[in-house]
Ligand binder design. Structure first.
Ligand code: ZN
Length: 192
């Protein structure tokens, strides 16, 4: 079973942490350059221009060390996650004819994605889409197949769906899918 919750919220948290660390870094630079800090360095040392510059440089370096290290750690984490996604990729990206036929029949030929007001899109389905994106390790399986119109297919892109979207799609499927097994959506490949 896909642990969409953990995956989704980990990535949301990483984005938020990266955003916060960037603001921290910018604020640290600005604060270290404020007149007070410069005046303090001036009074401590002789007033030659190179000393002033060196003092400012040292001040900025000291201020950015910690936020810089945090940003570095976040970037490394993201790179590790990305390389694991790539290793997880299904060697087959395209759904087979059989999968398309079954997936389209399951959807009754109608797009299964969400239009406004969390209702099911009413346009005819044209594409078989990976609900959990192929590029992020989604399986090319019937469970991960959603029927989509061109517009929804384009709008979705390679974003990881939220757990709430998954839940709503499964709930909507209860009304048009006959077998209980086929209601479930989203499958991620096992780590090879
Ligand atoms: Zn649609």
């Amino acid at each position: 079973m896909l642990e969409l919750k953990r995956i989704y919220w980990t990535r949301v948290a990483l984005r938020a942490a990266y955003f916060a660390a960037t603001i921290w870094l910018a604020a640290a630079v600005v604060l270290s350059l404020l007149p007070n800090a410069t005046a303090a360095t001036l009074s401590q040392r002789s007033t030659s221009p190179s000393d002033v510059l060196r003092g400012m440089f040292d001040g900025v370096m000291a201020a950015v060390t910690l936020p810089g290290l945090v940003i570095l750690a976040l970037v490394v984490t993201v790179l590790i996650i990305r390389s694991r996604d790539v290793r997880r990729r299904d060697p087959l990206r395209r759904f087979t004819r059989q999968q398309r036929r079954e997936g389209m029949a399951r959807a009754g030929g109608q797009c299964e994605m969400e239009a406004g007001f969390r209702r099911r899109c009413s346009r005819p389905a044209e594409h078989g889409d990976h609900f959990y994106p192929w590029s992020k390790g989604g399986s090319t399986s019937l469970q991960n197949f959603v029927a989509a119109c061109s517009r929804c297919n384009r709008a979705k892109g390679a974003q990881i769906p939220s757990p709430a979207q998954q839940q709503r799609l499964e709930r909507r499927r209860l009304s048009y899918v006959l077998s209980d097994d086929a209601v479930r959506v989203g499958e991620r490949r096992e780590f090879p």
